[in-house]
Design a protein around this ligand. Sequence first.
Ligand code: C2E
Ligand code: MG
Ligand code: MG
Length: 650
Amino acid sequence: MTASRGADILDRILLLPVNDRELAANCLETGIERTPIYFAASMLCFVFLSYSYHDYAPFWLSTVFPIVLFSFAGLRIAQWLKAPLPETQNDINARLRRFAVESILLIGLLSLWPLMLVQYATPFLQMLTASNFAMVTLVCVYCMMHMRAAIVISLAVTPAAIFYLVFGVPFALGVGFNGIFLSTLICTGYMVHAYAKDFDVLIAQRRALQDLSHENFRIANIDSLTGLANRRRFFADLAERENITPSEDGYVIAIIDLDGFKPINDIYGHACGDRALAVTADRLEALCKDIGLAYRLGGDEFAIILDKPGDDEALMHLAQRTIDTISAPFNAGGNQLSIGASIGFARYPHACAILGKLYESADYALYRAKRMGRRCAVIFNKEHEAAMRNTGLLEYHLKSADIAREFVLVYQPMIDYRSGAVVAFEALARWTNPVLGPVNPADFIPAAERIGMIDGLTEHFLSIALDALASWPPHVRLSFNLSAYDICADNRAEKLIDLVHQRGIDLSRIEFELTETAVMHNFRAACANMEALRKAGARLSLDDFGTGYSSLSHLNRLPLDKLKIDRSFVCEIDTKDKSYKIVQSLSLLARELEIDCVAEGVENEHQAAILTAVGCHVMQGYYFSRPLARDAAEAFLQHHAGTDMQSAAS
Ligand code: C2E
Ligand code: MG
Ligand code: MG
């Protein structure tokens, strides 16, 4: 018989769970834990018996034998306790097997001693011995309950009990006692069997629970689409750094936002959008391999935590590498696509002293980077901190502003330069706060969007502008600016159309101005709103064309009536050849697309003349008029209706 076959038979007899590493390890651990209890109980009983038999049994049996036995048993137990728990399944199995066999041998030897003693006993001592033996056996069985070997032990000691019953105790009390002992032993055997089964189930359940909680932890901290660590993990990792002293350069977090992701989603579909995110995640992960951990915070926003970030120059190098890596073209659904990225960095504790505000600071830096154009990176600094505080202040005053009193609209005319006639007025909002003074619309409109006030403001402005429009001649239109929210919120167009209808005004007298940047927030919803506005009769004008996205595909896809050439080109049309050529091309493009063209920001006659020469006849700018209060706008109308261009500009 080979050793492995022998081990196999032994495992079966002892019912050892050797095929289940965790169960075996648990059996071994629990056994080692409980052995000292068993040993201590035996010691107590045996010291007591040794003392009781001192005058009856020979010295070697009453004293020397138990001392040798206990020394040996104690030594073995000390070895079990000291040895570290093995790692591999084979080692655990071998240890468990040895542990079970040695335990049974030990119990056997410890049972032998009372049996040898009993021949020297008086009836009273016999009973005492039997009760001690019973107790030690029960403690032993209890201590080894988790191992099925205990059942074997119970059975092994049963003959000894029978021996007591038949030969050991001649009087009735002893017989009765041993009867109780025997039945207790059988019951215990059954209990042990049941417990051993429960123990297995318990361990299996504990393991299943552990697996589940590991899986739950993994799922809760991983972004399912990209496999990167997710937002929850990001903030947990950040919070962990609260208790760790940072390196000399501190910690840096980078927030990365993809440029041009939404158009991919909108134009090529969500599968391509998902692919873009997955590709970006893979690239970021590879890039961060040795420098930090990459996260997906949600949508098209990613992050990196850098524990050894280096100085600002190193950060800008990293930014460039990140932007270049992300911008490399990739294939999605047969399309060769590419996206860009903007990055905001914030360094703790140098630029941002409160770890909890690090994300906010990096997000602000990202916002600044986005404002600089595409594919830029900004490192949060003290000036940004001050600006952020001002933004907070602005939002605070905006929330408590008296809208009816603090906000007014002014109207800037758009002139047909050939006839000098006013064709429309653009309504522009003005806010004068009692504490902050006049606030630029370029600051308060985005702030109102951030704090969720823009819908109320737009509706208020539109109502005032419609009142003004009602007093203008029918050929003069109202040009009204829509924010990103106005153009991208679901069913927003219906609300605006309702407002116009309530005033009994024909929607064809209104031109809604929107920017491409605003449309890009949600291209699909923006298209739906634009279609609805146009269907209701309103005209749509693409504001600030030439800046931001300025995509020709948008000109093709969006339902537009007019293109407003941004004033950044118009103001240089007379000084920079490049600007002249851009304006010339845009004017031609509008003509080819059969949509109107307006030049904004015209400040002098020379610019107006050049615009006329390139075929752009409708103009707006300080040369004709600054934005006017409602009364002044009406007076302007009366003075300039149908006059020639010189009088319009005077
Ligand atoms: P915009 O729609 O492009 O408005 C034109 C801006 O150019 C206005 O600035 C106007 O005062 C300014 N402007 C006009 N002619 C000239 C010129 O000859 N030279 C120069 N340097 N500037 C000129 P404003 O009023 O500060 O508005 C800034 C932006 O804020 C607007 O740009 C528009 O996007 C937004 N805005 C203004 N009012 C509203 C509003 O009621 N609702 C929404 N959603 N946005 C508004
Ligand atoms: Mg405008
Ligand atoms: Mg504009």
